[in-house]
Ligand binder design. Structure first.
Ligand SMILES: NC(=O)c1ccc[n+]([C@@H]2O[C@H](COP(=O)([O-])OP(=O)(O)OC[C@H]3O[C@@H](n4cnc5c(N)ncnc54)[C@H](OP(=O)(O)O)[C@@H]3O)[C@@H](O)[C@H]2O)c1
Length: 215
């Protein structure tokens, strides 16, 4: 288990690094002095350059490609998600990527994984949550399957379940183990990135599902 790594430079591999959450993970990880590998299908989307940033083109569903990129990394952070249209259709992107990621991690002897899931998987949340659950039911089914793949591993995983995400500069959050925090309705993409990095750096929330909310 990785613990007490707050002062250490970590080598982190980020999946979904071109997305809205992923972009903030990259930005924060580099600002905190870590070495970051963005494993992406569309490298041209990452325009920033930084001496501690490596961009590797690859398909996160391909075990071999991931396993080649992974050795030497301390952890994988995943913020993969379906494109807008795909979220409304039957889809297995996240379950397939979870399976390829854990297979590649086994091969590369990397054992720390933090992934963005969704607060809609918690019960409760009232009518608004119920409506969204219905609207993106296919995506949620895929997330449940992806979480199951990860939970079944012996790894030190963390599954972060944020509510609706918005672009805002704040990096603070409230977190609650295995539960939807009260008043969780929206928070920033950046705060989710901060939470994932805090977990990895502090060895916190290993083998836990964590509900997030705006502070
Ligand atoms: N957005 C929200 O309000 C919200 C709320 C709660 C939870 N979440 C969860 O957070 C996660 C990330 O959300 P986000 O809004 O940051 O996502 P996003 O901006 O749509 O980014 C998705 C990322 O996944 C990659 N991707 C999509 N399909 C792919 C494929 N077939 N092969 C390889 N890469 C693929 C995209 O790469 P390309 O750039 O190459 O397309 C991109 O890097 C989602 O799983 C979602 O469930 C989101």
């Amino acid at each position: 288990m990785l613990s007490g790594l707050a002062c250490m430079t970590l080598r982190l591999l980020v999946l979904g690094a071109t997305g809205k959450t992923g972009t903030h993970i990259l930005d924060l990880a580099l600002a905190r002095g870590h070495q970051v590998t963005a494993f992406v299908r569309s490298p041209q989307k990452i325009v920033r350059r930084h001496p501690a940033l490596s961009i590797v083109q690859g398909d996160p569903m391909q075990v071999n490609a991931l396993a080649q990129a992974l050795p030497g990394h301390h952890a994988v952070l995943s913020a993969l998600g379906p494109s807008g249209r795909e979220a409304f259709q039957p889809n297995s992107l996240l379950a397939e990527c979870a399976a390829s990621t854990v297979a590649a991690m086994e091969r590369a002897s990397v054992t720390r994984l933090a992934m963005v899931s969704a607060a809609l998987l918690f019960p409760g949340g009232g009518l608004r949550f119920a409506l969204f659950r219905r609207l993106i039911r296919h995506h949620l089914r895929d997330l449940v399957a992806a979480e199951a793949v990860i939970r079944a591993t012996p790894f030190d995983w963390t599954l972060a379940r944020p509510p609706r995400l918005v672009e805002a500069p704040e990096e603070t959050y409230r977190s609650e183990r295995e539960a939807l925090p009260t008043g969780a309705w929206s928070m920033s993409f950046r705060a989710v990135g901060a939470f994932l990095l805090d977990c990895i750096e502090q060895g916190a929330h290993t083998r836990e599902v964590v509900g997030l909310a705006r502070r």
